[in-house]
Write a new protein. Structure first.
Lengths: 220, 220
DNA sequence: GTCTATAGGCTGATAGAC
DNA sequence: GTCTATCAGCCTATAGAC
């Protein structure tokens, strides 16, 4: 998966510095909230390099998005071929989204911002990459229902629940950081670790989707 | 709760038109993605009215945020005083967030954008209003654990899961609309209705938090 | 591939008439 | 309370030297 333009032995260091710096900024302030000069400064390169390497601010933004989804989908592909039971696959799905959110901190926020805006900066050709994440969950859920380990839940609803709570958690870290700094958190309340959240989601989903082995406690 | 300046019988129609139009636009494109001229046009009033009534673009944005949280918290207050069992209260909490997201369509996206950015446009004095939503869930969860209907879950994790999946669902409607328009949805896949999602979340949470009456099926 | 200088366009705010 | 006209500042993109 080499880049294109590569004549010298400089491995596109400028390119990558720009993408890393920009991902961080775009995540925190959105496309319109970031100045190209700011990206360049943070990346330690010249402003004009953005146009040279990416054809402009939007090109840079899109390149980041493509990279993010490509990596995500590559990692998820293995799940579709695994023979593991559905409930275990779902746990792994959660783990993958979480670990990727941590290795690429800008991913959750950029994804959310983009999706919230209806994909304002995405060409139609990018939509399948988003759908592909859903297909991954869909396959697992349908498998679980078929095998009788899950109750007859809707794959879309399940997907939206899991991905929504996960990306929300990782994307909202800045707010929790601020709360702590401002000393606003109530007594005995501490921001949860990513590990704790992942386990919580995995457990909640496993129990919540489990086929009826016993009736649900209360009911109105 | 009357507004201030009201000499004539004009009930601040301009003010409200601006707030409604702006909420919609801010939700879809973020603070920096919206032009004041755009807001004014959509509201059918003059550009200069934004400065006159709100002191500027930021003032308008903040006024919307304050209104949104005030309404939300007012509605949630009743939950804290209700004698209903915890699992029912949690269902109601979900219902309230959902119905408010529908009556104020800009709410979920504005909330998410703001929280993702670490509250870039919020003064410290607004932070308690966000925390207050958490406190509401916290009270319910702790009650359920105390009464033995919930297993010993962490209120913060539970709160983040519920609020995250809910606001994500409602805020991402634009993307689903686009998917449909682009004819990109796979065979037999249709965007879920808000009602279906609410029920799904309520059910998932009720089952997922229920105290151990039976063992969870599979375990690695 | 990188940098400087600059152009060209747009943006939010306000002064002042009504 | 509302509107028109206007301005100062800022932002992205690029031409052209190295």
């Amino acid at each position: 998966m080499a880049r294109r333009t590569r004549r010298t032995h400089n491995t596109g260091a400028t390119r990558e510095a720009l993408m890393t710096a920009a991902a961080d900024l775009f995540a925190g302030r959105g496309f319109d909230g970031v100045r190209v000069e700011q990206i360049a400064r943070r990346a330690g390169v010249n402003k004009a390099m953005i146009s040279y390497h990416f054809g402009g601010k939007l090109g840079l933004y899109r390149a980041i998005l493509v990279d993010l989804f490509a990596g995500m989908n590559t990692e998820l592909e293995a799940l579709g071929r695994s023979p593991a039971p559905a409930d275990e696959l779902l746990r792994e799905f959660v783990g993958i989204i979480a670990s990727r959110s941590r290795s690429h901190p800008g991913f959750p926020a950029m994804l959310i911002r983009e999706v919230i805006s209806g994909g304002q900066h995405m060409a139609d050709s990018m939509l399948p990459r988003i759908l592909s994440v859903f297909q991954s969950v869909r396959g697992i859920v349908e498998k679980g229902v078929r095998e009788g380990t899950f109750r007859a839940v809707d794959p879309i609803l399940t997907h939206l629940t899991i991905i929504g709570s996960l990306v929300f958690f990782f994307a909202t870290d800045p707010m929790r950081v601020r709360m702590v700094k401002a000393g606003m958190l109530p007594e005995g309340v501490k921001p949860p670790s990513p590990e704790a959240f992942v386990i919580h989601i995995q457990e909640l989903v496993a129990r919540g989707l489990a086929a009826e082995t016993a009736p649900v406690p209360t009911r109105r």
